[in-house]
Design a binder for this molecule. Structure first.
Ligand SMILES: Cc1ncc(C[n+]2csc(CCOP(=O)(O)OP(=O)(O)O)c2C)c(N)n1
Length: 281
């Protein structure tokens, strides 16, 4: 049986006490164990930052590369490793900033993987510079008079490009985050989760109290297949919505590839790989 201890790592943790990443780490372990995915059956791609340290603190196959380049590496891997669950974890700096181009093109390709962005609204590792989601006017370590640019709306960007699964969760809500991550991994195609988290050291605005008062869970009456409603929700709502915001049935990239002719991938291995891909669905 796969328990939380199955993913245990002995690497000493460098996150600050109270960091939202602890909740995310626990939620990822719970998600994998509840989906019965063993450490050797999943590969996590990360770059540079506090969020990308996540796979150091758990047992899982890992590719730790350049800042903002985790999606590019994951896509290459995904193409020829159909029997792996592919996870990408990064900060919003790396994925929306340095890696913003990869994020956009990943949505277009719709490869079968899960991208989880630990959105703490700040560059954490490098000591508190403004990131793509830092709000206008916010004082940071290098913006003593406040940030001048407006923040990116990554959820609106993803919905506008028909990303096949768009969700938002909050690191301190463990049960809900597990539920969202399970749905994301179970989705066939690109799943994207904006995972809100406080940075207790560098962001004094997005605190635990802030998220408690500024988030709201989507109710059972919400229809995530209504793109216009999803877009209105992420652009007009005065609270940050938590839940599956938008989803569609665009076929995943690999469904168009004839692996039998593209790579040396005999029919038996092909059938097995497809079965593995469908195992968590
Ligand atoms: C191409 C490139 N640009 C900048 C850096 C420096 N750098 C490393 S981590 C980081 C910030 C990370 O912030 P984020 O991605 O939001 O993750 P967090 O640390 O907040 O989890 C920066 C600017 C780098 N290593 N490579």
């Amino acid at each position: 049986m796969i328990t939380l201890d199955t993913y245990k790592s002995d690497v000493e943790c460098a996150w600050c006490p109270g960091c939202g990443n602890f909740g995310i780490l626990q939620a990822v372990k719970r998600t994998l164990s509840e989906l019965d995915i063993a450490p050797h059956q999943a590969t996590m791609f990360t770059g540079i930052g506090q969020a990308p340290k996540l796979p150091h603190y758990m047992k899982i196959n890992t590719f730790n590369g350049l800042h903002g380049r985790e999606i590019a590496a994951a896509q290459g891997f995904r193409l020829v490793n159909l029997d792996q669950v592919v996870l990408v974890h990064g900060g919003e700096g790396g994925i929306y900033g340095e890696g913003g181009n990869h994020f956009v093109h990943a949505i277009r390709r719709n490869m079968d993987m899960t991208i989880v962005v630990h959105d703490n609204h700040i560059y954490g590792l490098t000591k508190g510079q403004a990131s793509p989601t830092t709000e206008r006017g916010e004082i940071t370590s290098v913006n003593p008079r406040g940030v001048i640019a407006d923040p990116l709306n990554p959820l609106a960007l993803a919905i506008s490009q028909s990303c096949s699964f768009v969700a938002q969760a909050y690191s301190a809500d463990q049960e809900h985050t597990v539920q969202i991550l399970k749905a994301a991994i179970s989705h066939r195609g690109l799943s994207y989760v904006n995972l809100l988290q406080p940075c207790v050291t560098w962001d004094k605005h997005h605190t635990y109290t802030f998220f408690k008062t500024h988030t709201t869970k989507l109710g059972p009456g919400y229809d995530p297949r209504d793109r216009a409603a999803a877009m209105a929700l992420v652009t007009d709502s005065d609270k940050l919505p938590l839940g599956v915001i938008y989803t569609n049935d665009r076929p995943a990239y690999d469904t168009y590839i004839d692996y039998k002719v593209t790579v040396d991938f005999g029919p038996e291995k092909m059938v097995k790989a497809r079965q593995t891909l469908d195992r968590y669905r």
